[in-house]
Design a protein around this ligand. Sequence first.
Ligand code: FE2
Ligand code: FE2
Length: 470
Amino acid sequence: MSSINYAEKIPNNVNLVSDRTLQRALEHWQPHFLQWWHDMGPSDFESADVYLRTAISVDAQGWAHYGAVKMPDYRWGIFLADPVAERKIGFGDQMGAPVWQQVPGEYRSTLRRLIVTQGDTEPASVEQQRLLGHTCPSLYDLRNLFQVNVEEGRHLWAMVYLLHAYFGRDGREEAEELLARHSGDADKPRILSTFNEPVTDWLSFFCFTYFTDRDGKYQLKSLAESGFDPLSRTCRFMLTEEAHHMFVGETGIGRVVKRTLEVMKELGTDDPKRIREHGAVDLPLLQKYLNFWCSSSLDLFGNEISSNSAANFANGLKGRPDESQYEDHVLRAASFKLRTPQGEEQVPMLNALNEVMRESYLKDCEIGLKRWNRAIERAGSSFRLTLPTPQFRRSIGAWVNQPVDPRGNLIPREQYEKQLADWIPSEGDKAFVRSLMQKVVEPGKMAGWVAPPDRGINNLPVEYEYVKLH
Ligand SMILES: [Fe+2]
Ligand SMILES: [Fe+2]
């Protein structure tokens, strides 16, 4: 089951050849996908040879094969993690019942919506990042960008497979719509707002892969718990790809910090103006980017109080990330203490699951911060990077439009408006960051605002020509 058949038009490990109707439907969608990639993907780099990894098997040992590929020739396909024998629903009111191999009729539209919402983010991020190649800080980074891009393309395939295989005609229609909406489009935008934000510089890209791909990790983890087994298996394999995206974010920001510390030492100052004149990102500026992307990504978890998330959990459709770490998997008797602008409120746990997920996500976000702050401390600086409070700059839920500072204090609105430019990137900050974004494509060379990585890809040296541009 684990081995992937690359002889077919659509590589897969789901025995696609045994279902001719499904195979034909997906083969019909395939050229639409390729056209979308050509129109909306990193299309200025179609002739480049990129050192990419491709899945060869879905087990932990040997899923990756590395080699030079032109991106339009990447073998996007359908890969599901191996089934778990006798798998049971692990949470909610039907806990302990066998998982479903088909979509239960009563949950059909909810499951379709969950899959479409996840699916929509995948091509959205490719669209957001499509021009970044023109300002890459190195060939190493360029390759990482393209690796992320092709894998997000594959994640779209993963969701489209589910839509085609289990949702009939509406599923096929949704699959077309996934190619018709576009990030930032005035008429047909992507579903979630973070995926309509432009990602036009590499500092934003590193923050996006750190914070927004991590939201992806949490969504996939909760869907991997689903009682709908094909969704669970699909998401489990996607998670192995997602880990690389967060690696790009965490090491990317870490390298920015490292370079800034070098410049601070060289100049003997932490004066942001002098650091910028030297072509590096001062730490307060990096903090603003963290504030922006973290707060934007926190919105993706939705309302603090949500009857949808309660129903999805109770019905066994969407669990909590790492459900097995909890003791109570039914939550009918549990409650949650929620902070609202009106004060603390006790709410049924089932209704607060978005918030539970947001909290565990934030904890995961702390890991990188600790690492970066250790480097800052070692360099003898007293500056510390922090995460904004989840009440800061929210555009969804109880804290919408509330004047909360990044530390979590409710402050006078006037003061908030005035200080916002100190907390998230101002136009001047963005213009400065853009000015740093000069394309560096000589093998082994790095832009001046970011330190080289500690090691290359797949045991190759950092100087390796990871992308051969023609
Ligand atoms: Fe993804
Ligand atoms: Fe991702």
